[in-house]
Design a protein. Structure first.
Length: 334
């Protein structure tokens, strides 16, 4: 089989100088005839992957983060060429969802097993994405992060902590496949997920599947200082869908309208878009090499995680009841 490795030398924090030697050492050369190409500018991976597919390459490997994966994947949709991943980014959301090892050697050895499945992808205003997309706070943070000179997880965490409680949310009109008609939401963010997480095991949509022909929609309400620990815990605990601050459902198509143009994100990369955002799922549109043990479907919390989530929700509800009762009492006394 012909296999091409597209290596982004600047994505993530992992040094890539030794990766070609590791490919040469651990790739099964009885199965594969391989080449390696380095990207030189934004969008170059798409050009390389598209050319490789036309030339009959069987597998194109994205060596980089979710941005590199998006560039490679968009060139391979609706082709016979499969995409594989060696995760070297900051978050590696799609790789983690597919249970592809973050360890370079193990991810190369996984390629040798050559388990390829036909999976879904999404589009946001006709631009393909493979993991998540959305509007609101996560898009706002992605744009601020991209404009900064420094990269890395620490800077991202600092941005989230410094901006998280100051961000006020926005009013959105949402139209989807339901028969209820347009609905208005004042939301902190609206995210649409084909896969379960943003990256770094932060599960925005723990029930998302890449094989069900559906988008998982997450509408998160604005929240206060006391709610923030629970929101962070639920995201890492795979129980965000059970939070009282979050509404989730599935659909094939969603149209989101907002008051002003602004940032969106798809697969972690930000972009300015207009007032209207149209998001769709495309069923079985791309061949992806996966871990044979993954079902590419739903991530479920265990019993302990469920119990802790229920406790957090009880505390939040109790605090809300006390707060509401206190305000009513104060109004009466006043």
């Amino acid at each position: 089989m012909k296999i091409l490795f597209i290596l982004n030398p600047i994505s993530g924090a992992i040094k890539k100088a030794g990766i070609p030697k590791m490919i040469d050492k651990y790739l099964d050369h009885t199965k594969f005839n391989h080449d390696i190409v380095y990207t030189e500018y934004a969008g170059h991976a798409t050009e390389i992957a598209r050319k490789a597919s036309k030339e009959g390459v069987d597998i194109v490997v994205a060596v980089g983060g979710d941005g590199t994966i998006n560039e490679v994947g968009r060139a391979l949709i609706h082709t016979n060429t499969a995409m594989a991943i060696i995760p070297c980014g900051s978050g590696n959301g799609l790789a983690r969802h597919l249970r592809i090892p973050i360890n370079i050697r193990k991810s190369i050895e996984l390629i040798n097993q050559c388990e390829i499945r036909l999976l879904d992808y999404g589009t946001i205003n006709d631009r393909p994405f493979f993991c998540t997309c959305g509007v609101g706070f996560d898009a706002f943070i992605s744009m601020k992060f991209a404009k900064g000179k420094k990269r890395g997880k620490l800077r991202y965490v600092k941005l989230v902590l410094s901006e998280g409680l100051r961000y006020k949310g926005e009013t959105y009109k949402v139209i989807d496949d339901s028969e209820d008609g347009p609905k208005e939401h004042f939301a902190y963010l609206i995210s649409c997920a084909n896969a379960s997480q943003y990256g770094n095991n932060a599960y925005i949509a723990p029930q998302a599947s890449m094989a069900d022909g559906l988008l998982d929609v997450i509408i998160m309400e604005p929240f206060g200082f006391l709610d923030a620990p629970q929101m962070g815990f639920d995201m890492m605990n795979k129980t965000l869908n059970k939070s009282c601050k979050v509404r989730t459902y599935t659909t094939k198509h969603i149209n989101v309208q907002r008051e002003q143009p602004g940032p969106v994100h798809f697969d972690g990369d930000p972009m300015e878009m207009g007032r209207e955002i149209d998001i769709k799922i495309v069923e079985k549109g791309i061949n992806i090499l996966v871990n044979p043990v993954t079902d590419t479907k739903k991530v479920k919390p265990n019993a302990v995680q469920n119990t802790i989530c229920q406790l957090f929700n009880y505390i939040t509800s109790f605090h809300k009841g006390i707060s509401t009762g206190g305000k009513r009492l104060w109004r009466k006394l006043s």
